[in-house]
Design a protein around this ligand. Structure first.
Ligand SMILES: Nc1nc2c(c(=O)[nH]1)N[C@H]1C(S)=C(S)[C@@H](COP(=O)(O)OP(=O)(O)OC[C@H]3O[C@@H](n4cnc5c(=O)[nH]c(N)nc54)[C@H](O)[C@@H]3O)O[C@H]1N2
Ligand SMILES: Nc1nc2c(c(=O)[nH]1)N[C@H]1C(S)=C(S)[C@@H](COP(=O)(O)OP(=O)(O)OC[C@H]3O[C@@H](n4cnc5c(=O)[nH]c(N)nc54)[C@H](O)[C@@H]3O)O[C@H]1N2
Ligand SMILES: [Mo]
Length: 732
């Protein structure tokens, strides 16, 4: 029996392939049960493979029907190194795109994304992403508002919220679903607090969302369903009401903020003659005017906190939603009080921990030193634009970036046709590079459209060290099974490539993974020892597979923004690149396609991961599309029908799931279904066929996955799915 630790949870795996949740996981998810079917799924890659056409000398010309040839590791690693050398020599480091994105694998030493960055920095540099898909707009905007990066900083503790708040508003957040996973090993410590919140009738729970989401139902909350992409207008209307009724906290605004008068000019319509009152807002957001007033009063007049998720900033002008929410929170005056105000970081990665004097478990970069080398950055989600338009100049965060001419892509731990909006465009862009190398455990759509595919060992097949989401448990990751056929760890693969550049020392200090695991453990053990906390020897830790750190001191409960920083509600420098405080334009697309699409994160998957396994949420063997029963009736759709959701960019097939939880004009389909191409349709429900790759604004250039209009109809044609099958493989 062995312990497997992953980003969806830790579990024991025995000889009979039984899966038993890890004792300290407070709410194990069913996702861990997928391990057995995933580890030896028909889509696992057995041996290094090269596209036949590529070997024959073709450039680009990639299709999902292409054949692959299996090669030996030494041959394929030579090929990879030679290709890298060729492009470094001929075109320089800016011709190599080494961004991998994000969620595959785990581990402080062997996480493939981190290693790929490190490798490329060691051997000559490359092009990487700045920002991310998760919070690309927020991470650029919030420093202008609060003076610090905010989105990934330590959040207000749930304990504090429960002890102090009387109103908790979840604004575009689905915390019971999106906290199922974590960047480290989730222990789901948030669940007990959310359960307490559900049971505490003295605390009002409100959700503002496009539909009634899973968390709202479990928390017995009231949901205000609003039109997608209209939050900033709704909030500005609420702010107008608080101001004109004299209810707002003038003292807080005067003492802690700057720029309020500019904002006031805007909502009073002093420049454009449009008064942004609750009537104006309600026409845009679709929420009754009186509801907006009572919601504003509720948040202002009670001890309240607004907890926001990330979807509302993955939108056109998504920056403004975070700015507007921050402004509303300021006018309500609760920021800086225990457990109240506003919180941006409670909807991913569990975050239910109580503050304790925990120490950092160092990763390979922190142990060996970060490799500073040539690096060029383009904003996350701009790769398609960059590939299709080399030398184009875009604005970004008050500066400008000229796209390089990318010739080679090398990536690990990401899935481009899963994460990037506008899949049909992505496929066109994907024809541009001369060489695409992918490190993957599975034959994903990305692997099938790569030239060189290197099979990767997954959790339970390799060594590593990782820490729990609450930082109280250290996990020794050990193989519980031999790697699948010839799969190798990302670490091994990157080290072999580094060797071919004589950079093994720079890459890993010449050490093996287990040496580095030990180094990381000894480092944290030593820092705890200084505090009088004694951890077991490495050998004992290794034998037990985990250590729970005992004797940690509990620190004073944490609330964000204490003391309150100067909060900037207006920044004239930004006004060239983002519009005013609220932005709502009815686009041509919205006139043509009347329904809005919310492509939320699935409770059954980590993006696309686990879709190739047994336990999944299906409707007629397809990704479910939540549809209002009245809309379904008008469209002649019945529960379980196969439907085509479509717009000008393409279409996806989904299984109609009729639900009163979604309003008439809204369709909900989770992101992450494996892409299965049939013309410009995905017959397996990958929503990014529908989403637009336009940037949020010239400020952040982030993705706008949640700004998408579609229509829907019943669909009768039959198709045979191939996305869960390997490509045709021929041996030499
Ligand atoms: N189970 C699971 N958990 C995950 C992930 C996963 O794949 N699976 N992914 C992780 C990652 S990488 C991230 S970044 C986070 C993402 O975390 P979030 O971005 O917060 O999650 P989403 O599910 O995209 O959206 C949260 C809620 O916002 C609502 N919403 C969408 N559009 C609007 C709108 O216009 N207005 C309002 N008010 N609400 C709107 C959605 O309906 C949904 O209920 O989740 C993380 N957690
Ligand atoms: N429409 C829409 N699109 C979205 C979003 C949305 O809300 N709506 N959300 C966006 C967000 S927030 C995010 S974070 C992205 C997520 O985008 P990604 O991080 O690209 O999503 P994953 O599907 O988790 O991709 C991980 C890949 O790594 C592979 N993998 C697994 N283990 C390993 C390993 O050990 N080594 C290697 N080399 N590979 C491994 C998996 O098989 C998988 O193909 O999606 C974005 N896209
Ligand atoms: Mo994300």
């Amino acid at each position: 029996m062995g312990l497997v630790a992953s980003r969806v949870g830790a579990f024991w795996y025995d000889e009979n392939e039984n899966i038993t949740p890890f004792l300290y996981d407070e709410a194990p998810t069913q996702m861990i049960q997928n391990y057995k079917s995933r580890i030896s799924h028909p889509t696992r890659i057995k041996k290094p493979c090269v596209r036949k056409k590529f070997l024959d000398g073709a450039i680009g010309d990639r299709s999902f029907d292409d054949e692959f040839i299996e090669l030996e590791w030494e041959e394929v690693l030579d090929l990879v190194a030679n290709k890298l050398k060729k492009y470094y020599d001929e075109y320089g480091y800016k011709s190599i795109y080494a961004e991998s994105y994000e969620w595959g694998g785990v581990g402080k030493i062997g996480w493939g994304r981190m290693l790929m960055h490190r490798l490329i920095r060691c051997i000559g540099g490359g092009v990487f992403e700045s920002g991310d898909y998760s919070t690309g707009a927020g991470i650029v905007m919030l420093p202008y508002v609060f003076g610090s990066s905010v989105v990934y900083e330590k959040p207000t503790e749930y304990k504090q919220i429960l002890n102090n708040a009387k109103v908790v508003v979840f604004w575009g957040a689905n915390p019971l679903i999106t906290n199922k996973i974590s960047h480290d090993i989730p222990l789901h410590e948030h669940e007990k607090y959310l359960k307490k919140l559900a049971n505490d009738t003295s605390i009002q729970k409100i959700f503002i969302d496009t539909h009634i989401n899973e968390s709202a139902k479990k928390l017995n909350a009231k949901t205000f369903c609003i039109n997608s992409n209209t939050d900033s207008a709704m909030i500005v209307g609420m702010c107008h009401f608080l101001y004109t009724s004299g209810l707002y906290d003038k003292d807080f605004i005067d003492t802690h903020t700057q720029g309020f008068l500019d904002f006031k000019r805007y909502f009073m319509g002093e420049d454009d003659g449009v008064v942004k009152d609750t009537l104006w807002a309600s026409k845009i957001c679709g929420c009754d005017e009186n509801n907006l007033k009572s919601l504003a009063k509720l948040i202002r007049q009670n001890k309240s906190i607004i907890i926001t998720g990330r979807a509302i900033q993955r939108q056109e002008n998504g920056e403004l939603n975070y700015l507007a929410l921050s402004t509303l929170a300021c006018m309500c005056g609760h920021i800086g009080k225990d457990g109240l105000g506003i919180e941006f970081n409670l909807s991913s990665g569990c975050k239910g921990e109580v503050s304790k004097n925990t120490k950092k478990l160092k990763n390979i970069n922190e142990l060996l030193g970060f490799v500073e080398d040539k690096a060029f950055y383009i904003p996350s989600s701009r790769l398609s634009d960059c590939l299709l338009n080399p030398s184009k100049t875009i604005k970004h965060n008050l500066s400008s970036i000229t796209y390089p001419d990318i010739k080679l892509l090398i990536n690990a731990c990401g899935s481009y046709f899963t994460h990037q909006p506008n899949t049909n465009e992505s496929i066109k862009a994907w024809q541009k590079p001369e060489c695409i190398i992918t490190l993957e455990p599975f034959w994903t759509s990305q692997a099938k459209l790569s030239d060189i595919v290197l099979p990767v060992a997954i959790e339970g097949e390799r060594y590593d060290i990782e820490i729990s989401s609450n930082k109280e448990i250290i996990f020794m990751l050990k193989p519980v099974k031999k790697p699948f056929y010839e799969a190798k760890s990302d670490f091994w693969i990157c080290k072999q490539i580094a060797k071919r550049f004589d950079k093994e020392n720079e890459f890993c200090g010449g050490l093996d993974k287990l040496d580095l695991v030990k180094l990381s453990y000894e480092d944290i053990k030593n820092s705890y020892q200084k505090e009088g906390i004694i951890l077991p020897s490495f050998d004992e830790f290794y034998k037990n597979s985990f250590v729970k750190i005992e004797g940690l001191k509990t620190l004073a409960p944490y609330t964000r923004f204490c003391p309150v920083p100067k909060i900037n509600l207006s920044n004239k420098a930004l006004s060239k690149d983002i519009s005013s405080y609220a932005k709502y334009i009815k686009s041509d697309e919205m006139s043509k396609y009347p329904l809005s699409l919310s492509s939320i994160h699935s409770g059954f998957r980590l993006h696309s991961q686990l879709h190739n396994s047994d336990i999944k949420d299906t409707q007629s063997d397809l990704e479910p599309a939540l549809i209002n029963p009245n809309l379904a009736k008008d469209k002649g759709i019945k529960n379980g029908d196969v439907v085509l959701v479509y717009n000008d960019r393409g279409g996806v097939l989904a299984g109609a799931r009729l639900s009163d939880d979604v309003p008439y004009k809204c369709i909900v389909i989770a992101q992450g279904a494996w892409y299965d191409k049939c013309g410009d349709i995905c017959i397996n429900g990958n929503v990014n066929v529908l989403t637009s790759s336009a940037p949020s604004s010239n400020l952040s250039q982030s993705n706008i996955a949640h700004t998408c209009s579609v229509d829907i109809k019943k669909y009768d044609k039959k198709h045979i799915k191939t996305c869960f099958l390997p490509p045709k493989i021929i041996s030499l």
